[in-house]
Write a protein that binds this ligand. Sequence first.
Ligand code: PAF
Length: 281
Amino acid sequence: MKLIKTKAELRDMLKEERRRGKGIGLVPTMGYLHEGHLSLVKKARQENETVVVSIFVNPTQFGEGEDYGTYPRDLNQDTDRCEEAGADIVFAPEVEEMYAQKSAAFVDMDRLTDRLCGASRPGHFRGVMTVVSKLFNIVRPDRAYFGQKDAQQVLVIKRMVRDLDFDVQIVEAPIVREADGLAMSSRNAYLNPTERAAALVLSRALCGARQRIEDGERRGDVIGFDIARQISSEPLADLDYVEVVDAKTLEPLREIRGSVLIAVAARIGSTRLIDNIKLEV
Ligand code: PAF
């Protein structure tokens, strides 16, 4: 496996792969890789001849006062994990390599980015779309892999690919959870043991909602209220949002039917966590 730090070297290498007719899979990450990321790398391994994992903590998707400076980083551990999972190339540029000085061009989107995490983190999706577009232009992958844990991100990227005619297939993979149900996230590393236990309230509340829907409840507001009540009953949790929405448009659902996304975000202590479930009703 090769560790590459510059765009020019990566482009040269991939040009050669492409000339030999090899399909390229890209797994964009911000590093501190866990089993969720590795499931994407393994899926990419099965479906492509060449697998590139990008590791880049992208400053433009963090707002002021967010955790850009403290975001966990461990490139040595990440490259070992990528190699074990079958990656061919890790692309880990510095910020100065990725962004030209005084970069002035960005990618943005109407509507879909105004809701859920977009409402709580203004500018976040502009940063995500910009860096993902840059990665698509640098790597020119046939397929790119994203986890369902960031369900809104997957939707936004799929829409960006459609609207801007990127020639790449977006592959979505399920959330990977710890044995007790906590959705895997690099940010789980911030949690102390008490917070780690408190964080389970998110997956438990979602699990309870799934059960109520399976038992016949169809009122979106009732399900949303019930989840909010459960999360707010945890003293260490500070609820950001609960949304019961159409999984394709993110429009709130009065009646639960069709493709449904139930998404939550909350701070546990000072750590912001997200989780969701998708249902076909
Ligand atoms: O999901 C992430 O880790 C990031 O948002 C991504 C897609 C790598 C862009 O920086």
